[in-house]
Ligand binder design. Structure first.
Ligand code: ZN
Length: 247
């Protein structure tokens, strides 16, 4: 009889089973985030960390920026990212510690479709109407899609903060040709995938105001020329807010 078998004979059944199982498989932590078909983080992230996994996280929490203060999507987990993670955690009723761990990842996985879009937005809502594609813009198709994803995640946060109200996207990415045909500004953020136009419920001024808390530093809405029937939201390097009928 082996030492191991002799040991097992001396132990209560439940513990024996535990030991046998421990010998067969790794012991699972009490709370381990499940793998996700879009992206799976394999470490906890907190202030001071950097890497491509931080970048993916930053996109997911980009709509939880502070008022008028979009977070940089730069792969460096600094104070702004930490604050955004805290707001995300608070927004979904999680433990608010600013640390992206299993609980936070599980919430993101729950929101994240297998094609990496957030739960309430889809690629088809954002493609250019002339080609149903993401090419022909002012940057590469790959970059356009990254930008569109960022725009979507900002809108997912905004939607949740507005009480899980559906948002209606009337224009997302535009090819340069399509943008020209509809009279868009020559270097419009739409041609980079960095803009979305919203219409209807829950009201244009509500949509414009909420954009200030969702990482959009480009907001053009009611009171601005040609913006009385939609709100334009975009990601740009410096703030341009123009919705004089709203704020
Ligand atoms: Zn627009």
């Amino acid at each position: 009889m082996s030492v191991r078998r002799r040991l097992l004979r001396l132990l209560p059944g439940a513990l024996v089973l535990g030991l046998v199982m421990a010998g067969m498989t790794a012991i699972s932590p009490t709370h381990e985030a499940a793998a996700d078909s879009c992206y799976t983080w394999n470490r906890t992230l907190s202030k001071g960390d950097s890497g491509s996994d931080v970048t993916v996280l930053q996109v997911r929490v980009s709509g939880w920026a502070g008022y008028g203060d979009p977070i940089a999507v730069d792969g460096i987990f600094g104070s702004e990212t930490e604050a955004a993670v805290k707001r995300f955690q608070n927004g979904y009723g999680l433990t608010v510690d600013g640390i992206a761990g299993p609980e936070t990842y599980d919430q993101i996985y729950a929101l994240q479709d297998s094609d990496c879009t957030p739960a309430h937005f889809s690629w088809s809502e954002f493609d250019s109407p002339d080609c149903n594609c993401f090419s022909g813009g002012n940057t590469s198709t790959e970059q356009v899609k990254e930008n569109v994803l960022l725009t979507m995640w900002k809108l997912e946060a905004k939607r949740h903060k507005l009480g899980d109200k559906p948002l209606y996207v009337s224009s997302g990415f535009r090819s340069v040709a399509y943008n020209d045909s509809v009279g868009g500004a020559p270097n419009s953020k739409h041609t980079y995938g960095l803009a979305a136009d919203l219409t209807g419920s829950p009201g244009l001024c509500t949509l414009a105001r909420a954009g200030r808390y969702a990482g959009f530093n480009g907001i053009i809405g009611p009171g601005a020329p040609n913006h009385d029937d939609h709100v334009h939201l975009d990601t740009r390097s410096s703030r341009y807010w123009n919705a004089p009928s709203c704020f």
